[in-house]
Design a protein around this ligand. Structure first.
Ligand SMILES: [Fe+2]
Length: 177
């Protein structure tokens, strides 16, 4: 069997690995049918990047608090889970939060309200999640808030709700002025 190695965002993997088969299955059977957006490779890399950033922030806030640091890493990994069952970007957080609530997950509200501005629910964990999310690009790499805003502006446009909401959230979090 010929195995080709490809490089993606610093992550190297074998082309014929089991995960490549899953990605291929998704491309052929899920995305094409327009069923749901799906938790694809890029979103998994983004989630892993957010998880790592949350771990760093949690350790800065509460050095050595193992349980909290672990909790924040897991929250980062799970925060975009809703994409698997969402048809639009807009509904992914509520869908993910609702599924996790049904499963008795401690931080379902953080998932439910992440990425939104002007929400009534506030928590330190939500702030950590939103901060890490804004400082991680779509490939899971750590970037500045300004770079992330530029990326969202280029992908969705200056007048898009994605960009407008992003600017508001970055301001709320004190990441930009
Ligand atoms: Fe999200």
């Amino acid at each position: 069997m010929r195995v080709k190695t490809i490089t993606d965002g610093g992550f190297t993997e074998k082309k014929d690995s089991w995960c490549e088969k899953i990605y291929r299955y998704r491309e052929e059977n899920i995305k094409v049918k327009g069923d749901t957006l799906g938790l694809d490779k890029k979103r998994i890399l983004h989630s892993l990047g957010v998880a790592n950033k949350m771990k760093v922030i949690a350790n800065e806030l509460y050095p050595g608090n193992k349980e909290f640091i672990e909790d924040m890493f897991i929250l980062g990994l799970l925060h975009d889970l809703g994409y698997e069952f969402a048809k639009t970007k807009l509904e992914h957080s509520e869908i993910g939060g609702t599924i996790l609530k049904k499963n008795g997950y401690k931080y379902w509200k953080e998932v439910y309200y992440h990425g939104k501005t002007g929400v009534e629910y506030k928590s330190e964990e939500l702030k950590i999640l939103n901060t890490a999310d804004l400082l991680t690009d779509s490939n899971g790499r750590e970037i500045t808030a300004q770079e992330r805003l530029k990326d969202v502006k280029e992908r969705y446009g200056e007048d898009s709700f994605e960009y407008i909401d992003f600017v508001k959230l970055a301001k709320e979090l004190g990441l930009i002025q």
